[in-house]
Write a new protein. Structure first.
Length: 202
């Protein structure tokens, strides 16, 4: 009987303690935030937005890289086109300059052949007792001008080479000036040869 009386207060204390612990645990559970469907719905779009932005950034980098590569290709193509155009222009200029030189050289050859014929006629007139004094003087002038024209033509060749390599306005102007000087000397030589023929007296 006394033992029973002793155990009853002890059991009551244990039960009270258990009830107290259960109350504390319940209070903690009640204080903890509970994830509602609405909270889950908000968190999901936020995660999707971050993923979408990362994807956009990756695509932007790819596009930027492609644009950079395309610009590089375009620059290379433009450089090639300009280089080809420059080569073609230089080839055309070179051909024109060479053509002008060939024309001058052909004139020199023609005048030298004419000079040989005039000298032959002077010799014939002199042999036959004619007067070839003026003709000989004109022939001497023609020889001098032909020699000067040859020198001028060599100068044209040198300046033409420079103009082909540099293709500047100054170099082309120099070729033009040298060519005109050579033409002027050849023109004087031609006039002297004509005078030499006309002044022959049999």
């Amino acid at each position: 009987m006394s033992i029973t009386r002793t155990l009853l207060p002890l059991q009551a204390a244990v039960v009270a303690g258990l009830l107290l612990m259960a109350g504390v645990a319940f209070a903690q559970d009640a204080a903890a935030p509970v994830a509602t469907p609405a909270d889950t719905a908000v968190a999901a779009p936020a995660k999707d937005t971050r993923s979408f932005l990362q994807k956009l950034r990756g695509q932007a980098k790819e596009v930027k890289k492609e644009v950079k590569e395309e610009r590089k290709e375009i620059k290379e193509k433009l450089y090639t086109i300009r280089a080809d155009k420059k080569d073609k222009l230089e080839a055309v200029k070179k051909e024109r300059l060479q053509g002008a030189v060939r024309k001058l050289e052909a004139q020199v050859q023609s005048f030298e052949a004419l000079l040989t014929r005039v000298e032959s006629r002077i010799a014939k007139v002199t042999t036959e007792g004619g007067d070839a004094t003026k003709s000989s003087s004109f022939v001497a002038t023609a020889k001098t001008k032909i020699a000067e024209a040859k020198t001028a033509i060599e100068e044209v060749k040198a300046k033409a080479q420079t103009a082909t390599e540099m293709a500047t306005r100054e170099s082309i102007t120099a070729v033009t000036a040298a060519g005109r000087a050579a033409e002027a000397k050849l023109k004087t030589a031609r006039a002297a040869l004509v005078d030499a023929v006309n002044s022959l007296k049999y």
